[in-house]
Design a protein around this ligand. Structure first.
Ligand code: SF4
Ligand SMILES: [Zn+2]
Length: 333
């Protein structure tokens, strides 16, 4: 009988089905989160908001990855889009050995597109030469187009220029790029965060087929969680996400969308209990329709609180959760 840790190593961290777009075509997608030995950067310093290393296991090797892939193949129902996430870099051979990478590429014959995520340092001529470039899409987590924010607010461990090099190489090879941007890293006011993401959309658009806005979700055992617990950080408002998505649409012809995790909870992007569900539904609809009308007629009395937040943070020159400091009491989840 296998031990529990061996079972865990040979089982994907998560697997689910959803929908996505290939060009303008709405298709069924399978999302596979592989459990790996982890992101090399998270072992060194790590991004301030990243709690992914808790899902990793340094002992995981080729045989475990192949076993996880077998589980995924068993659940595959000819989805045309397959998305592979590793909580790290699919192109890092120390994390995903070449044999496992090749096995993934051969595992889903009906997939017209296979998306995976990688840090830019692994996007090289050599690695790209191992891939079926006509089927793959690479997701790059740029987060922000400001080197200062990458360094001081995220501790990303790469620069905007590293992203530019990787994205240009992918464009040269006709490999579509999906760029992830982080809405509201720590130490920025709500307004600064919106402005930074809007600037970043404008910057990333020429390199990207699509841009995914990830509002920060407070993950366990991270620096951001410490800030959040003591009231020095609040995840972004859904009002802010709306503004960013609207600006994105007006700035670029590219698909700019968001599939926020933890939305509607205290740890994720949220407004208030009364309006969260309707706002989140609108964000989901907009992901596919790209129609800004999805946001029309949506309002709530908490808009005033959002506006006060923007105003007070600006006047007080602080990124702390001003509302929380002013509140009488607050419950944590
Ligand atoms: S690069 Fe990605 S996986 Fe690695 S520490 Fe940063 S957010 Fe986490
Ligand atoms: Zn509300």
């Amino acid at each position: 009988m296998r031990s529990n840790s061996s079972d865990r190593a040979q089982t994907p961290e998560a697997l689910w089905k959803e929908e996505d777009l290939i060009g303008n075509e709405r298709v069924r997608a399978m999302v596979l989160i592989l459990r790996t030995s982890g992101c090399w950067w998270s072992k060194r310093k790590g991004c301030l908001m990243c709690g992914y290393n808790s899902a990793s296991d340094s002992s995981i090797g080729l045989s475990d990855l192949l076993a996880q892939l077998k589980v995924a193949i068993g659940r595959y129902e000819d989805e045309r889009f397959v998305k592979i996430y590793t909580s790290g870099s699919f192109l890092d051979r120390n994390e995903v050995p070449l044999e496992a990478r090749n096995a993934v590429m051969n595992a889903f014959p009906s997939a017209k597109r296979i998306l995976f995520e990688s840090r830019p340092e692994f996007v090289t001529e050599e690695e790209l030469s191992t891939l079926p470039n006509d089927r793959v899409q690479v997701a790059l987590g740029l987060e922000s187009s400001s080197n200062e924010i990458l360094k001081k607010c995220i501790q990303k461990g790469f620069s905007v220029e590293d992203y530019e090099r990787a994205a240009s190489l992918l464009r040269e090879k006709d490999v579509p790029v999906r760029t992830y941007l982080l809405l509201k890293p720590p130490f920025l006011t709500e307004k600064q965060a919106m402005q930074d993401t809007i600037r970043s959309i404008e910057f990333a658009a020429p390199y990207s087929e699509s841009i995914s806005i990830n509002p920060l979700n407070v993950q366990k055992d991270t620096m951001v969680e410490k800030l959040w617990r003591r009231g020095d950080y609040r995840p972004p408002w859904l009002f802010s996400l709306f503004e960013v998505l609207k600006a994105g649409k007006n700035l670029t012809g590219k698909r700019v969308f968001s599939s926020p995790s933890g939305a509607g909870s205290l740890r994720g992007v949220h407004n208030c209990e009364k309006c969260d569900a309707n706002f989140i539904e609108a964000v989901k609809r907009h992901s596919f329709s790209q129609d800004l009308k999805e946001f029309d007629d949506l309002d709530c009395e908490c808009r005033g609180r959002w506006q006060t937040d923007l105003l007070l943070q600006g006047v007080m020159r602080t990124s702390v959760d001003v509302e929380r400091y002013l509140a009488d009491e607050l419950l944590f989840d």
